[in-house]
Design a protein around this ligand. Structure first.
Ligand code: OGA
Ligand code: MN
Length: 297
């Protein structure tokens, strides 16, 4: 059996049909999915109404999973290996507009890549749509490989070898959010990441940017920040972007190593419920790019 892969545009995104992700996936079929993932960076699997356990099992095929800290400090609705991308409290009620969890989640509307604020960031994320508002709430994805390819050669030369400091506090302070519990500060110190990455699975080069990116290490903060803002604006031009309009039952997987994404606004008095599983990368990006020497074992 072969899957059907239908590209959604010239740059990124493809729809995948001919598979049931809730059942064990044969090795040969998974190899086809991986090849499509490496090429298209964002895969849409329509009509896949999975349980959390089924989503976790499918996600583990891509690698070991992340477990999420309790960022907002309130009781969590879901188990710690399933990220709650919803506007609900632990009892399943829509959060008040000013609830800190709602305010924290607004950070997802800034262009970012998942977990770049962790030393070992996310390889890919899988997001399952469970309940949706009547309009809005789309998710946009931008291809950082296509953005890299489009940079002028002189710019490319300047960027190679730079390291950028990433932090969850940077992205949340951009929207004025500072209501973290003390544990989060201890658990998530700022981390360095390579600005330019080799995407080994496609043999292409990629920018690595995010709202979490603060400044270029070794540069004046202002200069690094200006560079990061310029690159984010460049890399998210419409020609590099695919916008996903959700249908309940969609399962979407994206490659955090070579894309950015953001949620779009919606009427947050309506329920929007998506469950995310997140696959960790193997090592820090600095190690992958040979920008640090590994300490002797
Ligand atoms: C995420 C995310 C955006 C959205 O799940 O990592 O950023 O549209 N989601 O909900
Ligand atoms: Mn995200």
């Amino acid at each position: 059996m072969a899957i059907e892969v239908i590209p959604l545009g010239p740059i990124l995104g493809a729809e995948v049909r001919g598979i049931d992700v809730s059942r064990p996936v044969p090795v040969a079929l998974f190899a086809e999915i991986e090849a499509a993932f490496n090429r298209h960076a964002v895969l849409i699997f329509p009509e896949q109404p999975v349980s959390d356990e089924q989503q976790l099992a499918f996600s583990r095929l891509f690698g070991p999973l992340e477990v999420n800290p309790n960022y907002a400090g309130a009781k969590m609705r879901l188990r710690p290996d399933v990220a709650d991308i919803s506007n609900l409290d632990a009892e399943g009620r829509v959060l008040a507009r000013t609830d800190p969890r709602n305010l924290f989640n607004l950070g997802n509307q800034l262009w970012h890549t998942d977990s770049s604020f962790k030393r070992i960031p996310a390889k890919c994320s899988l997001l399952s749509a469970r309940e949706l508002p009547s309009s809005g709430g789309e998710t946009e994805f931008a291809d950082m490989r296509a953005a890299w390819d489009a940079l002028p050669p002189a710019r490319k030369c300047e960027l190679h070898g730079l390291a950028v400091e990433h932090s969850i506090f940077r992205s949340r302070s951009r929207i004025g959010f500072a209501d973290f519990n003390d544990d989060v500060f201890k658990q998530l110190p700022p981390v360095p990441q390579a600005l330019v990455r080799n995407h080994p699975a496609s043999g292409r080069t990629s920018l690595y940017l995010a709202s979490h990116a603060s400044h270029v290490i070794g540069w004046p903060v202002e200069e690094g920040r200006a560079l990061i803002e310029e690159l984010i604006a460049f890399a998210t031009q419409p020609q590099f972007v695919y916008r996903h309009r959700w249908t309940v039952g969609d399962l979407v997987i994206w490659d955090n190593r070579c894309t950015m994404h953001r949620g779009r606004p919606y009427d947050d008095t309506q329920r929007r419920v998506l469950h995310r599983t997140t696959v960790a990368d193997r090592t820090s990006t600095l190690e992958q790019e040979g920008l640090v020497k590994l300490p002797a074992a």
